[in-house]
Design a protein around this ligand. Structure first.
Ligand code: SF4
Length: 368
């Protein structure tokens, strides 16, 4: 897998999706069987993945099965939940205790780990030793919004690899600088993003948005630039992305990425269970057999427009935006999202379009 490649797979079964992705990526090439492999999910707190807060254990299971089947047996799952949450409880509630017992993979609570001091530019950082000591670190963030940094994905997920005192100091420093510097101190070999149903607004979950995808890359900065677009953001809206690029961690120009979608035909139309917050945005949508990947993009785009005060200016009525495979071949008036709605008078191309593309398109509309 090349540094500028981002590989995307659609669906709703993270276990098989990640195994398929790994078969394409072939992370075992050049990796000795004795390698210590670290898996860093996002278990920010003790809420199951369906809440939109944490990494699906099925995704981690798929990775463990993949490596164990190829003779790698020195794996470990590592996490330090946010300040105020107990990592052991998160391991239990999120299904990781069971997973660890089933596959004989140790769980490491990074809150109890010793630390190693790392200097990056002017910043001195305390980083958990267990994470620095692995040979191959796989970062497994959730694609979700964050109340302070707008996005939390690859770069910010590494904050779970510092002790609580350091996490508090990160907040005093405004998050962006230390998050970027930590990424420079803590190289990851692969990032696999759980984009099944990350949260709309907040890292703590509660408003999951079905996005129906898993994607992977070697460059965590490029991953975050792509993730931002999927939430309706520009990379510049998330300052730590550019700071990390400036520190040489990776590339923040999404135009340089080669985005490979393996199964564009496999996007699934799932029944959606929406929180009240997401329902308030869904009232603008007329959905008919919409894929999660498309529907979630539209929800994120509407949320961004609302945040910017543009949604009320647009004056969208109930069910004003059509989306889904049920609109294939439908011609006539109306506003639609995705190639399925291309017969409508005004349609946003893409299959699925990113939230960023939808937001830009809707933001330029004048419906009066
Ligand atoms: S454009 Fe149609 S097929 Fe493509 S993701 Fe959207 S709903 Fe699914």
């Amino acid at each position: 897998m090349q540094e500028n490649q981002l590989m995307v797979i659609y669906g709703d079964d993270p276990r098989t999706m990640v195994e398929t992705l790994l078969q394409k990526i072939k992370p075992e090439e050049g990796l000795p069987r004795t390698a210590k492999i670290g898996l860093k999910p996002n278990l920010v707190l003790d809420k199951p993945a369906a809440s939109g807060a944490t990494t699906h254990p099925e995704l981690v299971e798929g990775i463990i099965k993949y490596f164990q089947a190829r003779g790698y047996h020195d794996l470990r799952i590592m996490e330090g939940s946010w300040v105020g949450a107990q990592t052991e409880r998160a391991f239990q509630i999120c299904g990781y205790q069971e997973l660890a017992a089933q596959y004989q993979v140790p769980l490491i609570n990074l809150k109890r780990d010793r630390t190693i001091t790392r200097q990056v530019g002017a910043l001195t950082l305390e980083v958990c030793a267990s994470v620095l000591e692995v040979d191959y670190l796989i970062n497994l963030p959730v694609l979700k919004a964050h109340c302070q940094t707008a996005l939390t994905c690859a770069l910010k997920n590494l904050k779970g690899c510092v002790p609580d005192a350091e996490k508090r100091r990160f907040h005093r420093m405004g998050l962006h600088q230390p998050i970027a510097h930590l990424a420079a101190a803590l190289p990851t070999q692969l990032t696999i993003v759980d984009g099944i149903c990350g949260d709309l607004t907040f890292e703590e979950g509660g408003n999951p948005v079905p996005m129906g995808r898993v994607f992977a890359g070697r460059d965590p900065v490029l991953i975050d630039a792509y993730a931002a677009s999927l939430l309706g953001l520009a990379a510049e809206d998330v300052p730590y992305i550019a700071i990390a690029a400036g520190l040489g961690v990776g590339e923040d120009n999404l135009d340089k990425a080669e985005i490979i979608e393996f199964n564009p035909e496999a996007k699934s139309a799932q029944p959606f269970r929406l929180s009240r917050r997401v329902q308030s945005l869904a009232r603008y949508i007329e959905e008919c057999e919409a894929c999660s990947a498309c529907y979630g993009s539209l929800i994120h785009a509407l949320h961004r427009l609302e945040e910017e005060g543009e949604l009320s200016r647009l004056g969208l009525g109930p069910k004003a935006v059509k989306i889904g495979q049920g609109f294939r071949g439908v011609n006539g008036e109306g506003l639609g999202v995705g190639v399925c709605t291309r017969g409508l008078q005004s349609s946003i191309p893409g299959c699925p379009p990113t939230a960023r593309a939808i937001k830009d398109f809707l933001g330029k509309l004048n419906l009066d």
